[in-house]
Every structure is written in structure tokens, then in C-alpha cells.
Design a protein around this ligand. Sequence first.
Ligand SMILES: [Zn+2]
Length: 112
Amino acid sequence: MSFDARDPYDAAALYDMWLNCQGCPETFDFEPRRPIGLDYYHEIGQRAKKERWVIHEQPDEDEPDGISYMVLCPQCARRHGIRPDYRLRSHSPRAIREICEAMDKARELVAA
Ligand SMILES: [Zn+2]
């Protein structure tokens, strides 16, 4: 398994950099032991999924790509009666694809 832009958990980890609960001061505090890159964010996303954080993609007119992510820690999710949704989206958001491409290019530059 590697980074999947259609997985809101991977996408949100990449897009937001930090997963902060929007219902309380809780931060998803986990730092993979690997260089920053797509796999790094994949590991964060999948760990958040395992710990039952809620990450929902939602339409957002204020964001350039028209989406943002709702992030809730397991406690807040339970309090609000919101269940995690682990399904993959059928599309990958444009902003996420662009970040992926930029990171690929950066990696090529480092490798060269
Ligand atoms: Zn919370």
C-alpha cells in the first residue's frame, strides 16, 4: 500500500500537513520515521484511520480547489455522532494531484 489521493485520510494528511481536531484542541500527534514525502503522509493518514479519527472531504467555496477536510478526533466524533467513512473517493481532488506531482518532481531533482 502506498499513498492514494482518493483516500481522504491520505489526502487530508497531505493537504493539511497537521490533523487538528476541529471540535477540540486535540492534534493528531504522530511523526513517521521516514523522510517527508508521499509515504510519510500516507503513514499519517492510515494511522489516523486506525485510531478512528473522522476525516470527511467536504465542499468549500473558500478553498481554491473547492474542497476542504473536516477533521475530528475519535472523542469529538463520538460526541457528535459522526462515524468515520473509510471509502475511497472516485476521483482525486485536483489540489492533491498537484501536490503529488510537485513532490514527485522535487524527488526527481533530489535524485538527479
Ligand atoms: Zn476533538
